[in-house]
Design a protein around this ligand. Structure first.
Ligand code: MG
Length: 176
């Protein structure tokens, strides 16, 4: 199991993901964090924009599957049932068991799956250990919680390193 804190790609939000490009790359399953990746903690039900995003993924034969460490007995269930997507809450990321359980449930391999999240020490580390690409987005809202803001500060070197690597790879691609 590789130990790495670097995401494969860095985006500012989920809106930047292109379903057609993902489909072309063979992605059939997105394992995604919920809190601060898709919606802030305070949003109890999916807004229309998230429904539209999920429909766009489905139109490209990509399943959205929520993998959340949230321990609330109702938060994840309520949100995901409303959105109509499979989920695992209390997922224990960065442990890999829930990643493999989700892929098995959806009958997808590591090559057909990506992880999407906003945190280095859970989403990125877990996805890397599970052997799947990890797309990191900027947390939607962290200012309302000093602990989250502090943790985000600790994540910055890894985000910067991933951004530099991404820029280097894009430059290489464009000069080839
Ligand atoms: Mg999160």
């Amino acid at each position: 199991m590789p130990f790495s804190l670097l995401p494969t790609r860095v985006y500012s939000s989920i809106d930047q993901l292109e379903p057609d490009a993902l489909q072309a790359a063979g992605v059939r399953l997105i394992l995604s964090d919920l809190d601060n990746t898709i919606s802030p903690y305070s949003v109890a039900e999916p807004p229309e924009t998230v429904f539209a995003w999920k429909r766009a993924l489905e139109a490209h034969q990509i399943t959205l599957f929520i993998l959340s460490n949230n321990r609330s007995p109702t938060r994840i269930r309520r949100y995901c049932e409303k959105l109509g997507v499979p989920f695992i809450d209390h997922a224990g990321k960065p442990k890999t068991a829930s990643f493999f359980r989700a892929m098995e449930q959806m009958d997808c391999t590591e090559k057909e799956t990506i992880m999407l999240g906003d945190q280095i020490f859970t989403d990125v580390l877990g996805g890397n250990r599970a052997g799947i690409p990890v797309y990191l987005v900027k947390p939607i809202r962290i200012r309302d919680n000093p602990f989250r803001a502090l943790r985000h500060g600790l994540e910055q070197p890894f985000i910067l390193a991933a951004r530099l690597r991404q820029a280097y790879q894009m430059r290489r691609k464009s000069t080839q």
